[in-house]
Write a protein that binds this ligand. Structure first.
Ligand SMILES: *Cc1c(COP(=O)(O)O)cnc(C)c1O
Length: 389
């Protein structure tokens, strides 16, 4: 019997500590962690640099109201702006708050230029932008919205890859297109670079905003700081979260100058967003992940992982259908339901997590060592060989 509500289907296992790429259960069993709290523990568990930042700040001041200047927030905002397309930042405490703030910023922009009727957001059907009332209706997923009506209006949808449907869905009421650069929960589906560039062109032509949700795929996960970096596309608004706090709850929405101008005093706020503890941890994460050498290492190691997983797919073509994703945002798509496979990986002390379309998500910490990748590969081989060919 649990006093927690039953809104999660939890695996019957718990951990008492973590170190680097490993988690240790209460009775001391060691697991290689390729869930990373769903792309959150970007620098592994108990990272000394993050610990130092957290403890140092914890002894000074944890929280102050946003009605005062917060230098720790100025510092992190500056780091984010210097590294990205953005000119301004609003801090939040989670991903869904960041996507909501993104939606609010898009609407507020058109309001501020005297076009309040442009307020609809166009999203991909069955995408994932979080679990608040607005975000679930943005996702257009039947499963996520079931029982949570009345329907929140203001969202339109097109199917992934349906370029004609996308163009048709844009009306004179559309304010923005909001998509995940790589669909995470949806099964690690990458929007190709040329499609991102097309999206940008369409948005320019229709004079609407482009919101790229990088909550899961951003902050070095793909080997670039943002998943869209390689496409050279410049979005207008980008919500981030998961990886930026390295395990400390932290989200943010990054904006261009013209969008940020609409976010005038009182237009938006959050009690916890931008609190000095979160800011200092986020700063420490930024210092490490934004380095070119760090990202190059992610590229190199993840390329090796992808190559080896593709070899595995070639060896077991009846089990593994596709190796998806980019960098350390990896999806192993099976032909069958993935539940049993994930359980077998776990029996062999490797933690992974599911996504839609029979996909096993493989999300190691970005600083994982090559020999740890090799260890995981051995387990993948072992589990594959346990099935009939
Ligand atoms: C996880 C996720 C969110 C929601 O983040 P929470 O911190 O769980 O609220 C939003 N968008 C994407 C793409 C995500 O993967």
């Amino acid at each position: 019997m649990s006093y927690l509500a039953g809104n999660y289907n939890r695996k019957k296992i718990s951990f008492k500590k973590g170190s680097g790429s490993y988690l240790y259960t209460v009775n001391g069993t060691k697991y290689l962690d390729m869930v990373s709290g769903i792309a959150v523990n970007s620098l592994g568990h108990a990272n000394p640099k993050l610990l130092e930042a957290l403890i140092k700040q914890a002894k000074k001041v944890w929280h102050v109201s946003n009605s005062f200047l917060i230098p720790e927030g100025e510092e992190l905002a500056k780091k984010l702006v210097k590294k990205t397309f953005a000119k301004h930042v609003i801090f939040q405490s989670s991903g869904t708050e960041a996507t909501e703030a993104a939606i609010k910023a898009a609407r507020r922009y058109f309001y501020s230029i005297g076009k309040p009727q442009k307020n609809r957001i166009l999203c991909i059907k069955n995408s994932f932008h979080g679990r608040t009332i607005a975000a679930i209706f943005a996702s257009g997923s039947k499963k996520m919205t079931e029982g949570f009506g009345p329907k929140v209006g203001g969202f339109d949808h097109f199917n992934f890859g349906d370029h004609k449907g996308l163009k048709k869905a844009i009306t004179n009421k559309t304010a923005a297109i909001m998509v995940e650069t790589i669909m995470g929960e949806g099964g690690i589906k990458v929007i190709p670079d040329w499609c991102l560039r097309e999206l940008r062109k369409i948005c320019n032509k229709k004079k609407i905003l482009l919101i790229l949700d990088e909550v899961q795929c951003g902050i070095g996960r793909t080997g670039e700081f943002f998943a869209f970096d390689k496409s050279k596309v410049k979005p207008d608004i980008v919500p981030i979260a998961k990886g930026i706090g390295g395990g400390f709850p932290l989200g943010a929405v990054l904006m261009t100058k013209k969008v940020a101008k609409a976010m005038t005093p009182g237009s938006h706020g959050s009690t916890f967003g931008g609190n000095p503890l979160a800011m200092k941890v986020g700063s420490a994460v930024m210092d490490i992940i934004s380095k070119k050498s760090f990202l190059n290492n992610v590229k190199k190691n993840s390329k090796y992982f992808h190559n080896q997983l593709n070899k595995l797919r070639e060896k077991y073509p009846k089990i593994i259908k596709e190796v998806r994703g980019r960098g350390f945002l990896i999806g192993l798509q099976l032909y069958k339901d993935q539940t049993d496979f994930i359980k077998k990986l776990m029996d062999n002390k490797l933690l992974t997590i599911r996504a839609a379309e029979n996909v096993i998500r493989v999300l190691p910490p970005l600083n994982i060592k090559k020999k740890e990748i090799d260890h995981a590969l051995k387990i993948f081989h072992k589990v594959c060989s346990s099935y009939k060919k």
